[in-house]
Design a protein around this ligand. Structure first.
Ligand SMILES: C[S@@+](CC[C@H](N)C(=O)[O-])C[C@H]1O[C@@H](n2cnc3c(N)ncnc32)[C@H](O)[C@@H]1O
Length: 393
């Protein structure tokens, strides 16, 4: 089968890397997706194990169209009755970017009609549509004259992990969090800290990765379970194997947040995990958080000044000073949409990666804070200058 795994903009390469680590070879890198070959057991496995994926699609039919009614004809070529029972609810979702269609919803209605008519022709019965909580999700993708119909085997996007009970006003998407951790190249052994941890998404995703626990281990809903092809024995075996390969958290992971409410939420989210009690989270402003010795990786999603009221200049300048004074030996990564904030850090980034957090265009930047012996490049008053980093001793 042709499997297409969708992700967010900028995470295609880490998704490929993740697939390679799981023993798969992506045959093609697409825009916000990668394609590979596999069987049903691979579809189950990928849904359970991929951290940087949004949905796992199985391609059913690829075709060309010239006019609107061609889409109905093409959708009638799929034997929908062989895929799911008439008592399951379904929805047709996806993306259409084609001048053939005048109304944005019309292509989805055409496919819906074809599915309903296929069932009526064969069984004289029709399945119901449920747009909000469908049991079966059909994906339609049309780009000009080319179309693909696929089964969305995940259903709800895979960032619905099932572990996050409470969030703040600006939580990081779980798939983005997992992507940031991979992009940072964190070795999963050294210290990991998030001084603006909010509800704890980065800390939890880091701990799941380091302990070998699939990020979706708590998730029970997968659309593939509603398909006729579903083999519960294969799924149970994969799931139990995943549970058996969990190891102890091999590193120190800690966080802080200035807001006691957020710290409570993060602790609540951690409660369900075996590693929960090993992750220390303090109610502190970032500059007062205890820093584990020995260096490591810091990844943070501080306020951007967009959704949360903040004096960005003072906050980011304080962060830059703190990095220089207290975080020698750490690779500090910040995701933010605030260019003004980045400038106020007063540090020259070693890497910049363009990403999105929701609709906000963001940059994910690395600041390697060398220990005293090495030279670091800092910006002073907006101009880049090379200075010797200071040491504590
Ligand atoms: C964008 S949110 C982080 C969201 C988090 N990544 C999550 O997934 O829930 C920024 C957080 O920074 C916290 N914050 C603001 N100023 C702070 C400071 N000076 N020190 C520590 N935390 C601070 C806020 O309370 C808020 O929870």
């Amino acid at each position: 089968m042709n499997i297409v795994v969708k992700t967010f903009f900028g995470l295609e390469e880490v998704l490929q890397e993740e697939l390679a680590e799981l023993g798969y070879t992506a045959t093609e890198k697409l825009n916000r997706a990668v394609r590979l070959k596999g069987e049903w057991k691979d579809v189950y496995f990928l849904n359970l194990h991929l951290r940087c994926a949004l949905t796992v699609l199985v391609e059913l039919h690829t075709f060309q169209i010239r006019e609107e009614k061609d889409l109905y004809k093409e959708a009638m070529k799929v034997d929908w009755t062989s895929l799911f029972e008439v008592n399951k609810t379904f929805a047709v979702k996806g993306a259409v970017n084609s001048t053939i269609f005048k109304h944005s919803q019309f292509p989805f209605l055409l496919v819906k009609d074809a599915i309903v008519d296929t069932f009526r022709d064969k069984a004289n019965e029709r399945p119901d549509v449920n747009v909000k909580t469908p049991q079966i999700v059909i994906d339609l993708y049309v780009r000009e004259k080319e179309g693909v119909l696929s089964l969305n085997t995940s259903g709800l996007p895979l960032f619905h992990r099932g572990y996050r009970q409470s969030t703040g006003d600006a939580p990081l998407n779980e798939v983005v969090a997992a992507g940031l951790i991979r992009l940072s190249g964190w070795d999963r052994k050294s210290n990991f800290i998030d001084p603006f941890c909010g509800s704890g998404t980065l800390l939890i995703e880091a701990a799941l990765l380091a302990s070998g626990i699939p990020s979706s281990i708590e998730r029970t809903h997968y659309a593939f379970k509603n398909l006729k092809t579903f083999n519960a024995d294969i799924w149970d075996e994969l799931y139990n194997n995943a549970k058996r390969s969990i190891k102890e958290l091999p590193c120190k992971i800690s966080g802080a947040d200035i807001d006691p409410e957020m710290v409570l939420k993060a602790r609540r989210n951690l409660r369900g995990f075996s590693f929960g009690r090993f992750i220390e989270i303090s109610v502190d402003s970032f500059e007062n958080m205890p820093i584990p010795e020995g260096g490591g990786t810091l990844i943070s999603n501080p306020p951007y000044g967009e959704r949360l009221e903040t004096d960005v200049e003072t906050l980011y300048k304080g962060m830059g000073d703190w990095f220089k004074q207290s975080l020698q030996g750490y690779n500090c990564w910040i995701i933010s949409s605030s260019e003004h904030g980045f400038k106020s850090l007063g540090l020259r980034p070693d890497r910049r990666i363009k990403l999105y957090n929701g609709d906000l265009e963001c940059s994910f930047r690395k600041y390697a804070i060398y220990d005293g012996s090495k030279k670091g490049k800092y910006m002073q008053n907006g101009a880049e200058t090379e200075v010797e980093t200071e040491t504590e001793d």
